[in-house]
Write a protein that binds this ligand. Structure first.
Ligand code: CAO
Length: 438
């Protein structure tokens, strides 16, 4: 016959009518002796109450929010293991008229106890912890989980709990071991960068917060940018171009552009200059093949242009820039940027790029380091042009409109010297667009 026992609240010290803040078990759960079954909270401490029986929970008599005292029935359990040490029994046998007076196990007082400091012999050194981790006073885990952690040589204060209120489960310890082993394992040959999970931080502990979901575009572009950031060894080459004459030329075309219904900005000239530089340095107009051993050189010149939209960054592609004049490019750029902002781009509008340009010149800033739009091998960042005194050979200074350029490139494909030659050439072409004809 099944042996049903009542689990009673033991003496928990100087507390009476203490609140239940968590019921850890559910009916049907198999628990082991010393597993935590409920959590109580007073104004001084949070404590987990363990069971002294191994078995299956048949019923639960308390709810979150109840205030309970010594002797309150917490649950009934079908005992599957005989408790040999009578002195540890805290429950009341079903049929006995009087509960035996016994020595109760001390509840585990979480907030007040010191963290365990079991040293790990098998695991790699822990990663640096965040403020929130270092504030952790004690790991919130049942005795059996602590025992499990000790057996594996895990410092339980480093494990992030996934149960409510950060309680650490056996699975959390297992996951910690898995990720620690993965960190210490040699990096897989192909793609493998392993980073440990970021700690889960409850920012509301520090002040008011609001949760705002990332837009779909941000999530997609974020994953792409992250992949490029970690998989492409980046170098950024800075340069600048004197666009004083180009600005005179651009402004002289303003009326004509207006008649054609377009607005000329420096960007279209930069696009043409970029194509001239790509023709001069074909390795920049390329992608690595899947093996990583070959460069696919492209004979077409499709340029991606980063567009700032209300929902996030998009990089539509302007095709065959080499075959188009600046008015045609201006019209196409305006139309494409408009579509991007209205969410009307088709997937094909975002495909086939050879090289990207990210222009923040209309907004401001002196320089920035763009992320390569893989599988492309380079991207040009353009910041805001600024009037500057430029030193002349005769010892005088001449005012010049200087355009900051930042070329980020994939160092697996492009050497530093090539990067510098590319920006140097590009800078000269932008400064004197007649070079496009050469
Ligand atoms: N220096 C000084 N002025 C500049 C400039 C520069 N480098 N680039 C543009 N300007 C001026 C333009 O001439 C225009 O002024 P006028 O109307 O008086 O001529 C004004 O700034 C606004 O230009 P614009 O931004 O509307 O147009 P654009 O052709 O330069 O750029 C587009 C178009 C779609 C690229 C831009 O609107 C945009 O979205 N930029 C943001 C890109 C982005 O978010 N990049 C970050 C991606 S993360 O790497």
């Amino acid at each position: 016959m099944a042996n049903i026992e009542k689990i009673l609240l033991p003496d928990v010290g100087d507390f009476d009518e203490i609140e239940v803040i968590e019921v850890i078990i559910s009916v049907g759960d198999e628990v082991e002796k010393d597993d935590s079954i409920i959590t109580l909270e007073s104004d001084k401490a949070t404590m987990e109450i363990p069971t002294s029986f191994t078995g299956k929970i048949k019923s639960i008599s308390v709810n979150v929010g109840d205030r309970i005292s010594e002797g309150t029935v917490i649950a009934e359990i079908e005992v599957s293991e005989t408790v040999t040490d009578e002195s540890e029994v805290t429950s009341q046998p079903d049929l006995e008229p009087e509960p035996p007076v016994v020595e109760k196990p001390a509840p585990e007082v979480v907030a007040a106890s010191a963290p365990e400091t079991v040293k790990s012999a098998q695991l790699p050194p822990p990663v640096p912890v965040s403020d929130s981790d270092s504030n952790k006073v004690a790991a919130h885990a049942s005795p059996s989980v602590r025992k499990f952690a000790r057996e594996l040589g895990v410092d339980i204060t480093r494990v992030t709990g996934s149960a409510s209120k950060g309680r650490i489960l056996k699975e959390d310890v297992q996951n910690y071991v898995k990720s620690s082993l993965a960190r210490s394992a040699p990096a897989p040959a192909a793609s493998g960068i392993q980073v440990s999970d970021a700690p889960v931080i409850d920012f509301s502990k520090f002040g008011d917060v609001e949760t705002k979901a990332l837009s779909r575009i941000k999530k997609i572009s974020g994953a792409h940018l992250h992949r490029s950031w970690v998989s492409v060894p980046h170098v950024t080459q800075f340069d600048e171009s004197d666009i004083t004459e180009l600005e005179v030329f651009r402004k002289s075309l303003a009326k004509e552009a207006e008649r054609k219904g377009v607005r000329l900005t420096p960007l279209v000239f930069i696009m043409k200059a970029v194509v001239a530089a790509l023709q001069q340095f074909p390795d920049f107009n390329a992608s690595l093949d899947a093996s990583g051993d070959n460069l696919i050189l492209k004979k077409y010149f499709h340029i991606g242009v980063a567009v700032d939209t209300p929902n996030g960054l998009m990089v539509p592609v302007i095709r065959d820039v080499d075959k188009k004049g600046i008015y045609e490019l201006s019209a196409e750029l305006a139309e494409t940027a408009g579509k991007a902002r209205e969410g009307k781009l088709m997937p094909k509008d975002l495909q086939g790029g050879c090289f990207s340009i990210s222009s923040l010149g209309g907004i401001g800033g002196t320089q920035f380091t763009p992320i390569v739009n893989a599988p492309e091998v380079a991207i040009l960042g353009v910041a805001r042009a600024k009037m500057q005194p430029v030193y002349q050979d005769d010892g005088s200074f001449k005012p010049a409109l200087m355009l900051p350029l930042a070329l980020s490139y994939d160092h697996r494909v492009i050497d530093g010297a090539q990067g510098a030659r590319f920006t140097n050439y590009l800078s000269q072409v932008i400064a004197d667009m007649r070079r496009v004809l050469l």
